[in-house]
Design a protein around this ligand. Structure first.
Ligand SMILES: Nc1ncnc2c1ncn2[C@@H]1O[C@H](COP(=O)(O)OP(=O)(O)OP(=O)(O)O)[C@@H](O)[C@H]1O
Ligand SMILES: [Mg+2]
Length: 389
């Protein structure tokens, strides 16, 4: 990330910490971040004022709680306690992300098509969808990189696009592509971000991020000496250096080998345990199953179903799935029979999967079928018609 020299020289000012980090397919957001931080309001507490006022007005709350919060915000330079679990949004019990009827088209393509999405604070919501479902576009709308054609968008109480400048000033960005500064040390990569975000105690923030990345003993190494997995951990830790309350992960592990993916899952799991709100887009079923408290299945620009993985499985798939392996002709016959008996059948590579097979009459499922517990993958394929990854 290009950072002006004099930017680095600026002493961190007392300023509330940004709240949103982005990890994934969001390269240019960094540029927006730098611009926003440079142009953004510098007065301590101003961001808190904006948040308090916007929250209270958007909730049409004029009660004493709201005015108290605004007053405290203005007089103390911000009311956010340290760490991700505090903050005005959680004090007021509002959603971290609130989208209503959001539409975004690119020419004839409706990438986001009337999207309603709420992400309450403290959960990890997995946005699961096939290629082109609109996941990245949704992320870009949330970061202010794209402007919606219609609908209402709020991020931690900031209304977009009206308050996108304020919202952007609160965002941390880690792109999917590794853009760490390879010429400087691990700790300097983190310190640059901590300063950009006006973190109060840069040294402590860097130490914490090094612990997250498990790179304390490599802090003085140049980034180019790190392994691929270490670089990925550093990239994630860099996005967390300011302890955001909300993290957007746009396909955080796409294209990574299984070991690095597992490492990142551990890091994201730790983030969840700290109470950080996470919106994570993915098309890896396992990623959503392991990390998401709730999954929203996105298809053609809309959320078509949402719930915890077990709720989705119970609602759409049932308890058991029977996989049948046979020559194509035989599979076609079995499929027709099962569907005639009212069962749902999906392709599963060289097999067919008879979903909800516990409801099958005797004889509908061949004796040599492999019966297993129903999975989120069954749900995904039934709902989207796409084979899962
Ligand atoms: N800048 C753009 N210009 C034109 N079309 C776009 C643009 N960005 C996205 N689209 C289109 O919008 C649709 C949704 O794209 P998006 O990147 O949001 O999908 P996605 O769910 O993130 O898919 P993937 O899983 O492949 O990353 C696609 O048809 C895509 O081609
Ligand atoms: Mg995408």
């Amino acid at each position: 990330m290009a950072v002006e020299g004099d930017h680095l020289a600026v002493e961190p000012v007392q300023r509330p910490q940004p709240e949103v980090a982005v990890l994934g397919q969001l390269g240019e957001a960094e540029v927006a971040l730098e611009g926003a931080l440079e142009q953004g309001p510098d007065r301590p507490g101003l961001e808190e004022d904006v948040r308090a006022r916007s929250r209270c007005s958007s909730d049409r709350r004029s009660d004493s709680t709201c005015s108290d919060l605004i007053q405290r915000s203005s007089s103390t330079g911000g009311i956010l306690p340290d760490g991700p679990s505090g903050g005005l949004a959680s004090v007021l019990g509002v959603g971290a992300i609130e989208l209503r009827g959001v539409v975004k088209s690119f020419g004839p393509i409706r990438a986001v098509d009337g999207l309603d999405l709420d992400v309450p604070e403290g959960i990890c919501l997995g946005l699961l969808g096939p290629n082109g479902a609109g996941k990245s576009t949704t992320m870009r709308l949330l970061t202010g990189q794209a402007i919606a054609d219609a609908g209402e968008l709020r991020v931690l109480g900031h209304e977009l696009p009206r308050q996108s400048k304020e919202a952007r000033a609160l965002m941390g960005v880690v792109p999917q592509l590794d853009n760490l500064d390879i010429d400087v040390t691990v700790e300097d990569n983190l310190a640059v971000y901590a300063r950009l975000y006006r973190v109060r105690d840069v040294g402590a923030a860097v130490d914490k991020a090094l612990d997250i990345a498990r790179l304390r003993d490599r802090r003085r190494d140049a980034v180019e000496k790190l392994s691929g997995g270490m670089r990925r951990r550093l990239l994630l830790a860099r996005g967390l250096v300011h302890e955001p309350r909300l993290v957007l992960l746009d396909e955080p592990t796409v294209g990574l080998d299984p070991q690095i993916r597992t490492e990142l899952w551990t890091l994201i799991g730790a983030l969840k345990a700290r109470g950080t709100t996470i919106l994570m887009s993915t098309h890896y079923i396992e990623e959503a199953e392991r990390l998401a408290d709730e999954v929203a299945v996105m298809h053609e620009g809309k959320v078509i179903s949402r719930g915890s993985p077990s709720e989705l499985i119970a609602t759409h798939a049932g308890r058991q799935t029977a996989e049948v392996y046979a020559p194509p002709q035989r599979l076609a016959e079995l499929r027709a029979e099962a569907e005639a008996a009212g069962l749902r059948v999906r392709a599963a590579g060289p097999a067919i999967a008879i979903v909800g097979s516990e409801r099958a009459e005797n004889g509908t499922v061949p004796a040599d079928a492999v019966v297993r517990a129903a999975t989120l993958e069954d749900v995904f394929v039934l709902l989207t018609g796409e084979e899962a990854e």
